[in-house]
Every structure is written in structure tokens, then in C-alpha cells.
Design a protein around this ligand. Structure first.
Ligand code: ADP
Ligand code: MG
Length: 254
């Protein structure tokens, strides 16, 4: 299988604070790669660099056949790269003044220049897939956190991007709402076996069910990677072991 995402030598610094200096990894088409690791280690920054919500300082990235070099980015290139992936954010990032279907249709109308009636039909189709047909006219404040995230997932699917970047999609949710979002994501994975997903998540049970590969990320570096079973049940590196044991303790404490 061909690599669908290939990252070499990726570097990013914020105000003299180096987040990563030489990150290398790849994901094959159809692969679900989970990233776990402590807060502040650079996981969100990595995802944001892949779709150029952040501009990396250095590095080469190929994403769905679109290649870019961090120090040779034109506006046109940025737009082309952005079309290759779609992000599901921790905080949903829905427009408050738009209802569910309008939130999904917005990008189709403004970025993809799709006619409003066509965009609306597509939005309703995706809402149906995530089980929210009856909520099409509801505004974010009328929806639960789980419903908002399902709208955001529908919005990602409507873009037709084959690479979905998920940044802690359930960590802003009340515990009882996590399950519905994970169920929706499982369905999305089943419906789109050719999609490549990079999933940052602390839901280790879910990660072990869906991920083809798990990376442990700490301090801007991939410390260890392997199958979910290898990494979660038989970690080799001291830092991975330490993270997982601390994690088990906090999970049990809740
Ligand atoms: P994670 O997602 O693993 O918790 P982040 O990628 O969000 O980590 O953040 C990594 C580091 O980069 C943190 O120290 C964070 O404060 C810093 N950081 C993230 N975004 C910005 C930004 N826009 N400006 C300055 N610092 C940032
Ligand atoms: Mg983060």
C-alpha cells in the first residue's frame, strides 16, 4: 500500500519554544493511527501542521498526493493542502449563529463553491448518517456536546476529504456523552475503510479497538510505536510505561 501521509523533518517553534524539531512518520491509505501522549507534548500542533492551520518551520509533507515544503508555501499551495484533510476538534468549533445543516453546508458553499441547495442536500445526508436528521434546524446551543461533535463529524465527512484528523474528539464531553460519539466514529470507520485517520485520544479502550497503529508522543517526539496491543499492553520504553501507569491511576480515580 502506498503511503498516504508522509512527514519528514517536521519542525515547529512557538516564540522560541521548540515543540518538535525533526518529526518523521507516515500513515498508509486506510490506516487508523492513534496518537497518545501527555498534555502539552505537541499532538495538536502536529495535526494542525498537517492541514496548515499552523505553518511548520521546516519539513516535507505529502498528504493525499499533495506535497509541500514548509519553507516554500504559496497561498495556492496552502489551499490545495487544506483540501486534502479535515479536522474534528476537541471543542467542536461550530458556528454559534448557524444551525446544524448550515454548519455543515457552510464550507461547501464558501470553499467548494457548491450551490446552496446542493450543499443543503449533502448536509442533510451526512446528518442522517450520524443519526441527527431531526436536529437539522437546531442551533449549537440547543444541542448536547455529543450531538455537537456528531454535527462536526458530519461536517468533516461532507468535505469528502479522505484524511480525517481527530484531535481529542471526546475529551470535552461529559462522560455519559462519550459513548455516542465513539459509536458514531466506529460507524464512520466502517463506512469508509479507505479513509486515513490520525486520532489523538485518551480513550484507550476505543483506541485499542480501532487503531491499526499507536504512537506514543512525548515532548515533541515519537517515543514508541506499534500495534495497539504492543503499545498499550506491552510498552517497551520507560516513558511509555510511566505514562500508561499514571493514566491507569487517574482513570481509576474517576
Ligand atoms: P498537546 O495537544 O499535546 O496537548 P499542543 O500541541 O497543544 O500539545 O501544545 C504544545 C505546546 O505548544 C504547549 O506548550 C502549548 O502551550 C504550545 N502552543 C500551542 N499552540 C500555541 C500557539 N498558538 N502559540 C504559542 N504556543 C502554543
Ligand atoms: Mg491537544
Amino acid at each position: 500500500m502506498t503511503d498516504f501521509i508522509e512527514v519528514t523533518g517536521l519542525a515547529k517553534t512557538f516564540d522560541h519554544h521548540q515543540i518538535f524539531s525533526d518529526l518523521n512518520f507516515s500513515a498508509k491509505a486506510g490506516e487508523i493511527v492513534a496518537i497518545i501522549g501527555p498534555s502539552g507534548s505537541g499532538k495538536s500542533t502536529l495535526l494542525r501542521c498537517l492541514n496548515l492551520l499552523e505553518t511548520p518551520d521546516k519539513g516535507n509533507v505529502t498528504i493525499n498526493g499533495e506535497h509541500f515544503e514548509a519553507d516554500h508555501l504559496s497561498k495556492q499551495k496552502i489551499l490545495a493542502v487544506r483540501q486534502q484533510s479535515t479536522m474534528v476538534f476537541q471543542q467542536f468549533n461550530l458556528f454559534r449563529q448557524k444551525n446544524a445543516w448550515e454548519n455543515i453546508a457552510e464550507g461547501l458553499i464558501t470553499v467548494k463553491k457548491i450551490a446552496k441547495t446542493v450543499a443543503k442536500a449533502r448536509a442533510l445526508e451526512e446528518l442522517d448518517r450520524v443519526g441527527l436528521t431531526e436536529y437539522a434546524n437546531f442551533y449549537p446551543e440547543q444541542l448536547s456536546g455529543g450531538q455537537k461533535q456528531r454535527v462536526a463529524i458530519a461536517r468533516s465527512l461532507a468535505t469528502d476529504a479522505k484524511i480525517i484528523l481527530l484531535d481529542e474528539p471526546t475529551s470535552a464531553l461529559d462522560l455519559e456523552l462519550v459513548g455516542e460519539v465513539l459509536t458514531t466514529l466506529k460507524q464512520v470507520i466502517k463506512d469508509h475503510p479507505d479513509y486515513t485517520m490520525i486520532l489523538v485520544s485518551h480513550e484507550l479502550g476505543f483506541v485499542s479497538q480501532v487503531a491499526n497503529r499507536v504512537l506514543f508522543f512525548d515532548n515533541g517526539q515519537i517515543i514508541e510505536s506499534g500495534s495497539a496491543d504492543q503499545l498499550l499492553n506491552h510498552p517497551q520504553e520507560a516513558r511509555t510505561k510511566q505514562f500508561l501507569s499514571r493514566f491507569a491511576q487517574t482513570t481509576l480515580a474517576h
